[in-house]
Design a protein around this ligand. Structure first.
Ligand code: NAP
Length: 326
């Protein structure tokens, strides 16, 4: 039960784009122990609209200047929901100002930046969490606990496929200014996080990564379809397929020596889909995963512990993306 007497963690939203408006601000509103305090946008009107629409609580909630937003002594934390290439500078500025950071995935566009962010937050004594919301899908969580407890026997293999069909290459992810990867940054990093979450505890680190990346449709600098083959210390394996060229049912499969789990259309924003294991249908409650991740971050700040995915784990994910597509 949330304790109503504790002041909520006051969070500033950095950027007013799609995920900030559609998922993150509503999640902050629903989350126990958190409140939207202020907003940063390149455009003053957009910052004001966003602050009003999502009921930001600060008496002065709208900013276009990061340093001015961070100078607010009543602000506790920032949620960085800007384009990938902007995360590092914004995170380090927030840490240097003594604010906790919850950062969208991928946390950076280079492994070196990811390490600088992690070091800046550790140095400043602030919490750094990376927003892999799929860890808060109730069904995924149930079966991660089951996998860690050995319900599938020895884990041998995972397969994850998440794709979408984009109409053109106008998105910033297709270009190098503030993007580094396309499908891999949009969804592949989530696939990698799922595989690492399920397999690392019993299979050890990823020891080998073999990528196959195509850029044939738009002929730009970034990945369109990407296939990653992974091997773990234990000898277990995994495959990831991401693409921006076709729509398909999203799919995750977990195989162990004594059982398996198949996830149909569970990957995505809504905490829904269907899961069948070797024991039959796995029923779970459909719940907003973004609310779960915000509640975990706020609790981590209050309790002085790392959030579910800390900076080191986010940085390892970025290093693997970098290894896949240098
Ligand atoms: N966990 C998830 O489920 C999920 C889903 C989607 C995205 N994400 C992550 O969230 C972040 C934002 O993604 P999004 O899909 O919301 O993107 P988006 O709609 O394009 O929003 C990005 C925002 O960043 C700000 N920005 C500042 N400089 C920019 C520039 N040069 N180019 C583009 N945007 C710039 C803009 O806000 P202002 O105009 O207000 O400054 C823009 O609205 C990314 O890191 C992405 O990987 C996570």
């Amino acid at each position: 039960m949330p304790d109503d007497t504790v002041r909520p963690i006051r969070i500033a939203m950095i950027a007013t784009g799609r995920i900030a408006g559609n998922a993150l601000a509503p999640a902050i509103e629903r989350a126990a122990g958190a409140e939207l305090w202020s907003v940063l946008s390149r455009d003053a009107g957009r910052a004001r609209d966003f602050a009003e629409r999502h009921r930001a609580a600060s008496p002065e909630p709208a900013y276009t200047d990061l340093d001015a937003l961070l100078a607010d002594p009543d602000l506790d934390a920032v949620l960085i929901a800007s384009a990938d290439g902007l995360h590092a500078g914004q995170c380090i500025a927030a840490a240097d100002a003594g604010k906790h950071v919850f950062c969208e995935k991928p946390m950076a566009t280079t492994a070196a930046d990811a390490e600088r962010m992690t070091a800046a937050c550790r140095r400043a004594g602030v919490r750094l969490g990376i927003a892999y919301h799929m860890r808060w899908h109730r069904g995924h969580r149930d079966l991660a606990v089951a996998a860690h407890a050995g319900r599938f026997g020895v884990l041998r293999h995972m397969r994850v496929q998440w794709s979408m069909r984009v109409p053109d290459d106008s998105n910033w992810r297709a270009h190098p200014e503030v993007g580094r990867w396309w499908g891999l940054a949009a969804v592949g990093t989530h696939c990698l996080d799922q595989v690492r979450w399920y397999m690392l505890p019993s299979c050890g680190e990823i020891t080998r990564l073999t990528p196959l990346v195509t850029r044939n449709a738009f002929r730009g600098p970034h990945d369109e379809t990407a296939l990653l083959a992974l091997e773990f210390e234990s000898g277990a394996t995994a495959e990831i397929c991401t693409s921006v060229l076709f729509d398909a049912p999203k799919r995750m499969e977990v195989y162990g020596s004594d059982g398996h789990a198949l996830f149909d259309d569970t990957l995505g924003r809504f905490g829904t889909g269907r899961i069948v294991t070797h024991e039959g249908e796995h029923a779970f409650e459909a719940a907003d995963p973004y609310t779960g991740e915000v509640e975990d971050f706020a609790a981590a700040v209050r309790e002085g512990r790392d959030p579910e995915v800390n900076g080191e784990e986010g940085a390892r994910n970025v290093a693997l993306l970098e290894e896949a597509v240098a």
